[in-house]
Write a protein that binds this ligand. Sequence first.
Ligand code: HEC
Ligand code: HEC
Ligand code: HEC
Ligand code: HEC
Ligand code: HEC
Ligand code: HEC
Ligand code: HEC
Ligand code: HEC
Ligand code: HEC
Ligand code: HEC
Length: 331
Amino acid sequence: MTQRTRAGLLDRPGRTPALAATVAALVAAIVAIVPADAREPAPPVAVVGNAMTGVKDAGPAESTVAGADLCKACHAAQFKAMRESSHRVLFTKDSLDPEQKGCEACHRPSSAHAADPVKIRPQLAFKNNDRAQVNKACLACHRHETLSAFRSNGHGRGNRLDCTACHSVHKPGADRLLKEGEPTTCYRCHPGARAQMNMPSHHPVREGKMKCTGCHNPHGSPSGTRGMLARESVNETCLKCHENIAGPWTFEHAPVAKNCLSCHRPHGSVVNPLLTQQQVTLCVRCHNPNHAGFAARTDTPKSLQRMLAYQSCTHCHPRIHGSDQDHGFTN
Ligand code: HEC
Ligand code: HEC
Ligand code: HEC
Ligand code: HEC
Ligand code: HEC
Ligand code: HEC
Ligand code: HEC
Ligand code: HEC
Ligand code: HEC
Ligand code: HEC
């Protein structure tokens, strides 16, 4: 989390004392209205259920800030969990604007609900599967650079997914308020990626040595790269971890500089190491295997060299990603 988010969140001017006093008075009045037993931790919440008819979301006009203490009276479990989560700061930071504080930072000022929970919902109850509404509410605070792209590409485009597809602010099951850890969260919707990660040659996600987010930005690519990649391009993403291949080389291999995926699969492959097809088949897509180079190897009969060529080109061209010594990548 960056300072920018906090700045956006925290730098609002405080309320005037007069207004704060009004709010406090209102809260006191509401507390008085709520029956004492309704404020006990054992909630009528589950009992009342969602089958109620005539229940409506509170409008902004009829609602002011009730304050988290009041919410806590009927929603003790949510309160406790929230106080233990990364969002605790919303409850503990005194200098926050009241509207940016506590439960109502997300559910919006909801005194009307607190006063009559059976008939009136909080302003934002997130009950109508409105993904745009959820994204808007979360992005109001989370607008630093990695999230600002959310709605422009990948998962968030057209509000295809909302934040709660992967996160649960109330019942997280893993770090970063994720419902489940990685890659489980991702596999729920991408079973194909799981199958690829189970192939004989694969990036070690299964072994826990890396995550999907080593290469992908689940919030979309800030630069709009296809595939929501973590960096500007496929190659920059790969070279994040494989610097030794980066060059610059005196003799570059054209397809390497262009796109690693000319020869490699990103997730998994039946061909080692993560190749798109058998090595020789791959090379002869672009090269003649029966080449003049064989003559240079005078110590080995030409026929034997040719035989070797049909097993492995990198036997003689090991510096396949580039070389400073030899334009033929032989060393
Ligand atoms: C007097 C008790 C009481 C207070 C105070 C109270 N609530 Fe509720 N709340 C309820 C009941 C009862 C329900 C209905 C639960 C259900 O439908 O399962 C409910 C439901 C909700 C829901 C879900 C809406 C839905 O339709 O399921 C949210 C969100 C919520 N409350 C937030 C808040 C917030 C935020 C506050 C503080 C501003 C607050 N509540 C204060 C009793 C209360
Ligand atoms: C960071 C934003 C955020 C904060 C803070 C927050 N909520 Fe919620 N709440 C949500 C969202 C989003 C949902 C929709 C369901 C979900 O994704 O968990 C929700 C759902 C609920 C529900 C419906 C039942 C449930 O558990 O799913 C209740 C009740 C509720 N919130 C009460 C509270 C109370 C009480 C507080 C303060 C202690 C609070 N919320 C603070 C975002 C928030
Ligand atoms: C009122 C502002 C505000 C709103 C609205 C808000 N958040 Fe946050 N969120 C915060 C703050 C503050 C933190 C703590 C940042 C820190 O500790 O660096 C945070 C932290 C997080 C984290 C980071 C957890 C971690 O361990 O790094 C996630 C994920 C998150 N919020 C998701 C959400 C989602 C999803 C929503 C909408 C349902 C939401 N937030 C709504 C202010 C907000
Ligand atoms: C497709 C799944 C997915 C969706 C949808 C999603 N996130 Fe995340 N989010 C993740 C994962 C996975 C991480 C952990 C990344 C890591 O560990 O590097 C994360 C991390 C975060 C973090 C903490 C790290 C950071 O980038 O600051 C915040 C805050 C956050 N998400 C907020 C949101 C908000 C707000 C939304 C909705 C606008 C959202 N996320 C939508 C999967 C998702
Ligand atoms: C709730 C379902 C869901 C979850 C969870 C989910 N995704 Fe997705 N993902 C989608 C959908 C829908 C698309 C869009 C598919 C399309 O365009 O055909 C998508 C597309 C993608 C793409 C391709 C984007 C593009 O521009 O082509 C990548 C990469 C991706 N997801 C990675 C992840 C990762 C990594 C995770 C876990 C952090 C994850 N997804 C979790 C539903 C999900
Ligand atoms: C080593 C880097 C890397 C890792 C790790 C990785 N991906 Fe990818 N992924 C890519 C690249 C590169 C693409 C192709 C982008 C393109 O088409 O240009 C891709 C494409 C995708 C797509 C788009 C559809 C497709 O198959 O072409 C999805 C969905 C996806 N990845 C999900 C995942 C999930 C889920 C995980 C974790 C299990 C994961 N990826 C791990 C690099 C990676
Ligand atoms: C987040 C770090 C990371 C990124 C990004 C990454 N890799 Fe890897 N890569 C690894 C790790 C870790 C291994 C396993 C190394 C080992 O086990 O010694 C690996 C192994 C490989 C292997 C050898 C596989 C084998 O079976 O020996 C190839 C080929 C490879 N990566 C290509 C790529 C390509 C292409 C990309 C970009 C699409 C990429 N990598 C992006 C971390 C990464
Ligand atoms: C022209 C095809 C081709 C391209 C393009 C290519 N590679 Fe390779 N790569 C190979 C072959 C063939 C091997 C196996 C070499 C061997 O078996 O001696 C390999 C092996 C690897 C390995 C494992 C062994 C090692 O050298 O560490 C990694 C990692 C790797 N490539 C990463 C990359 C990355 C990252 C890119 C993009 C910058 C890339 N490759 C582009 C053909 C290619
Ligand atoms: C997608 C096409 C493509 C693939 C696949 C490919 N190459 Fe290349 N390769 C090129 C291009 C283009 C050049 C530059 C040709 C030139 O400068 O005349 C080149 C150059 C070379 C050279 C140097 C030629 C010289 O002038 O000295 C060698 C050796 C070579 N490739 C070997 C391989 C091997 C071995 C493989 C398989 C692992 C392979 N290439 C896969 C496109 C490819
Ligand atoms: C027995 C060793 C050997 C094998 C196996 C081999 N090469 Fe070569 N190749 C060479 C030598 C030596 C050169 C000359 C290099 C130089 O001039 O620096 C060469 C040159 C090349 C060139 C440059 C253009 C040319 O025609 O001279 C290309 C392209 C090439 N090889 C591709 C391949 C491919 C593709 C394979 C696998 C099908 C392969 N080589 C297998 C030894 C081999």
